[in-house]
Design a protein around this ligand. Structure first.
Ligand SMILES: [Zn+2]
Length: 424
């Protein structure tokens, strides 16, 4: 049996995991060959008798081509793009060269404290060029742990054009021990530039099947089987969302409120009320999500700047502090906006799940419902609406999501959607 390692967290992604295991093995072989070339007396290869390769990798020894210096992880939200990138980063720093999950290399990488692994997690709406230049410069330095310098960019689709160009230059002329791991929803040019894409190997993650998500929730997290099955279906393949639904009663309440929307749409006034309620709920959820980080950051900055101060230079210092505070406020506002959009989008995905379920009943499609707990409502709606009318409602939700990503004011997009959902 295989040990639980850094790849175990990747739920329902067998193919991707195999690619990444091979890459890790090839990377370790490269390091060993390097070390042997420098000093023939040194052997870096670790015998590690506990490690059992899976049969597929056993008969095919790692070829150097299995590793490359730039990777893109794509897949729908919640499929585990950043989990996959982190797992490969850990495997590259693993002293056994495979992501054992036990050694110092694996631990420090997973904990985000490895000196040679930098994570870029943009909390605003985009990653700027200044930040990217600094990161690229750092990623070019010699790895202090003697293995690899790894730069993980989550949400690489949020790079500004200038930041993308700075990154491209580094990927085009990579330092020998530097590895770039990018995460984006897809390889569409809207998400990642064609030139960056052409220099990276793509690992496509799929939406994990509900059964795989449920078995992780019940097997590893100890969620009761029935709750796990419900949460996995309701989360539509989003592992993190499934976990939250299973663990957080407030998340379940918010979902219930969203799923009550279709019943509440009885007239124009009700549509506008429902739109306001949905927006306000997303704002409240986002505010709660960022409040703690905001306060901690503000307190840390104020401590760093020192409170007050007099005498020579104090006026200049005060002007400088005001600038830093303003910059922090700008970043926090940008993060809050993003959190609101994420919360609203999650609500829209839940809502779409309901209309999808109605369509499934109407068409008698042999697929499992998303919202098992409100199946009777979907059946009742299917008795009233034609397939075309349900499809139009589903399309209205997709159009709303699309409009919000192209910067239409959320309130306006949601109001238009509610009217379409009511009229059908
Ligand atoms: Zn390890």
């Amino acid at each position: 049996m295989l040990h639980a390692d850094v790849f175990t967290e990747l739920v329902g992604q067998d193919e991707a995991v195999q690619t990444l295991r091979r890459a890790a093995a090839a990377a370790a072989a490269l390091l060993a060959a390097d070390a042997a070339a420098r000093d023939p007396r040194v052997t870096v290869a670790d015998p590690d008798p506990d490690f059992e390769l899976d049969p597929a990798t056993e008969d095919a020894p790692p070829s150097a081509a299995a590793m490359t210096h730039a990777w893109i992880f794509t897949g729908p939200p919640g499929s585990g793009r950043s989990v996959a990138a982190r797992a490969l980063a850990a495997a590259l720093q693993c002293v056994h060269g495979r992501g054992c999950g036990q050694c110092a290399g694996c631990h420090t990488t997973s904990a985000g404290t490895n000196a040679d692994v930098r994570f870029v997690v943009p909390d605003g709406l985009s990653i700027g060029v200044g930040e990217m230049r600094a990161l690229v410069l750092r990623a070019a330095s010699t790895p202090s742990g003697g293995r690899w310098q790894v730069l993980v960019i989550e949400d690489a689709d949020r790079l500004t054009e200038a930041a993308g160009n700075a990154l491209l230059k580094a990927i085009e002329e990579p330092p020998p021990r530097t590895v770039f791991l990018l995460c984006t929803p897809s390889t569409h040019p809207d998400d990642i530039s064609v030139t960056i894409r052409s220099r990276c190997r793509v690992v496509a993650l799929r939406q994990p099947p509900a059964e795989a998500v449920a078995s992780v929730l019940s097997g590893r997290d100890g969620v009761p089987a029935e709750m796990a099955a419900w949460a996995a279906a309701a989360a539509q393949g989003h592992v993190g969302r499934a976990r939250r639904l299973a663990a957080d009663p407030q998340a379940r309440e918010r979902r219930d409120a969203v799923l009550a929307v279709p019943r509440r749409l009885t007239g124009v006034g009700a549509c506008f009320d429902a739109a306001s309620a949905l927006i306000e709920a997303a704002e409240a959820e986002a505010a709660a999500a960022v409040a703690e980080t905001d306060a901690t950051e503000r307190a840390a900055l104020q401590t760093a700047l020192g409170a007050g101060g007099t005498g020579r230079g104090a006026a200049g210092a005060a002007r400088g502090s005001a600038g830093q505070l303003k910059e922090l406020e700008r970043r926090q506002k940008s993060r809050a906006t993003r959190a609101q959009r994420d919360a609203l989008d999650r609500a829209l995905v839940d809502l779409a799940g309901f209309y999808r379920d109605v369509l499934v009943v109407t068409l008698r499609a042999p697929v499992a419902p998303v919202h098992t707990d409100i199946a009777p409502l979907a059946e009742a709606a299917a008795g009233k609406w034609t397939a075309e009318a349900t499809l139009r409602r589903l399309e209205a939700i997709l159009a709303c999501r699309e409009a919000i990503t192209t910067n239409v004011k959320p309130k306006i997009a949601v109001e238009a959607m509610m009217l379409s959902l009511w009229r059908g």
